[in-house]
Design a protein around this ligand. Sequence first.
Ligand SMILES: *[C@@H]1O[C@H](CO)[C@@H](O)[C@H](O)[C@H]1NC(C)=O
Ligand SMILES: *[C@@H]1O[C@H](CO)[C@@H](O)[C@H](O)[C@H]1NC(C)=O
Ligand SMILES: *[C@@H]1O[C@H](CO)[C@@H](O)[C@H](O)[C@H]1NC(C)=O
Ligand SMILES: *[C@@H]1O[C@H](CO)[C@@H](O)[C@H](O)[C@H]1NC(C)=O
Ligand SMILES: *[C@@H]1O[C@H](CO)[C@@H](O)[C@H](O)[C@H]1NC(C)=O
Ligand SMILES: *[C@@H]1O[C@H](CO)[C@@H](O)[C@H](O)[C@H]1NC(C)=O
Ligand SMILES: *[C@@H]1O[C@H](CO)[C@@H](O)[C@H](O)[C@H]1NC(C)=O
Length: 416
Amino acid sequence: MAKPLLSIISSSHSETLIIILSLFLGSFVQSKTLDSDTQVLRLIKKSIDPTSIPSYSYIGSWDFSVDPCESSGGQFLGILCSYPSDNSSSRVTAIDLDPIGYDGFLAPAIGNLTELTILNLHNNKFRGPIPPTISNLKKLTIISLSQNFFTGSIPDEISQLKQLQSIDLSENNLSGFIPANISGLRSLTYLSLSRNSLSGRIPDLSGLWRLNILDISINQFYGIIPKLPAKLRTLSASQNAISGHITPISSLQLLRNLDLSNNRLSGPIRQEVLTLPQIIRINISVNHFTIFEPIRNPGRETHLQLLDAHTNQLHGHLPASLTMIENLTSINLSHNQFSGPIPMEYGEKLGSPWKTLFLDNNFLTGNLPQRFSDGTIKPVRGSLANNCLSCAPTIPLCSGGQRPASECVSRNDGSQ
Ligand SMILES: *[C@@H]1O[C@H](CO)[C@@H](O)[C@H](O)[C@H]1NC(C)=O
Ligand SMILES: *[C@@H]1O[C@H](CO)[C@@H](O)[C@H](O)[C@H]1NC(C)=O
Ligand SMILES: *[C@@H]1O[C@H](CO)[C@@H](O)[C@H](O)[C@H]1NC(C)=O
Ligand SMILES: *[C@@H]1O[C@H](CO)[C@@H](O)[C@H](O)[C@H]1NC(C)=O
Ligand SMILES: *[C@@H]1O[C@H](CO)[C@@H](O)[C@H](O)[C@H]1NC(C)=O
Ligand SMILES: *[C@@H]1O[C@H](CO)[C@@H](O)[C@H](O)[C@H]1NC(C)=O
Ligand SMILES: *[C@@H]1O[C@H](CO)[C@@H](O)[C@H](O)[C@H]1NC(C)=O
């Protein structure tokens, strides 16, 4: 291209030709981005309070005197474009804003950026509804609107965006239900709705067959645990009002991290859950579980490292079978109704590998296993306080004292 231009300029009619040339270049620059995409960017900027747009921010750099996709240097930060190899217009393919505190609404015109694959407005002050026009963004793979002030419900239309791989709507003020059809998003691997005011029953999510991470914690979901995606590795559902039994979890053969704390689950803690083949951390604290099922030989190694089941209604003897789990290091069974003696087997695990052992606030009785008073074991974080034990105050785990005799009288026998 350079060669013909130079030969034109060197010709005798250079003045007129330079004018033609500059007209050509001018129109070339202006038409590079699809006009409608440029309009949408203007509207997005216009829907944000200008006092919340510092000059050094990405949107502060949006200067419409140049073409959004052709600009260079500090202009139009936070935008990616496609550059078609034919001479069709460039399109905006990503909006990835800085977490600067932009305060405003998300313009419904966003739906016209039909080539958008990434929309990230994380950690700003966007408020108002998520515009249903996002249903036009058929190529969207990642949407993150987390840590804003979006209100209203999750648009049902989100279920039509079949390319979505990641949805993060956490830490907003969204209400209403999870769209039932969301289960049709076959490419989704990450879904976080945590810290909103969402409610209702959790729909059957088993259709999200590629989902690895599901976080619905800190909402107002109720009802039973639904069918869940088979490939789930992390499930966080803490601080809801989920009830019923834990049994559906036992089908999640790839699960590594489970947090169901602070719900209304009841019945037995199933041994199938404690011995899931990949499980590492289980937090089922602050629920209404009553029975700790003994772990029978699961026929394979159990990888569990952390078990937090504090503040339930677990009764009977402490589960001696916990000692069968090779790499368990942290156990919290405090604030339950366990009774009877501390199993002798616990002594062998104390200090190594058991580094954390909270058994406080139960109704345990009798003497401690020999090893608990052995000065040579590694220090253990934990507590045996507020039981009915013979616990010498010189032993650090015993600090805090035991229950008064009056609380121990009727329960000093194992009730299993
Ligand atoms: C967005 O698309 C709609 C429907 O095609 C059209 O009416 C509207 O003018 C477009 N808005 C912009 C900013 O391009
Ligand atoms: C591409 O540009 C050339 C020259 O500028 C023009 O002749 C051609 O028609 C254009 N093609 C398309 C598909 O617009
Ligand atoms: C949900 O899926 C059903 C059945 O496929 C369909 O009839 C319905 O229109 C969908 N709803 C939405 C909001 O997409
Ligand atoms: C969230 O919405 C509720 C009402 O829907 C309102 O009472 C509450 O103040 C809102 N919280 C925030 C942080 O905006
Ligand atoms: C388990 O969940 C409770 C309540 O949500 C929380 O306070 C506690 O720190 C969690 N335990 C661990 C070990 O993370
Ligand atoms: C326990 O931890 C050791 C060392 O990290 C590891 O080699 C071993 O495979 C683990 N065993 C189980 C059952 O997870
Ligand atoms: C165990 O639960 C008690 C509350 O019952 C809490 O104070 C303690 O921090 C918990 N310990 C761990 C390691 O989770």
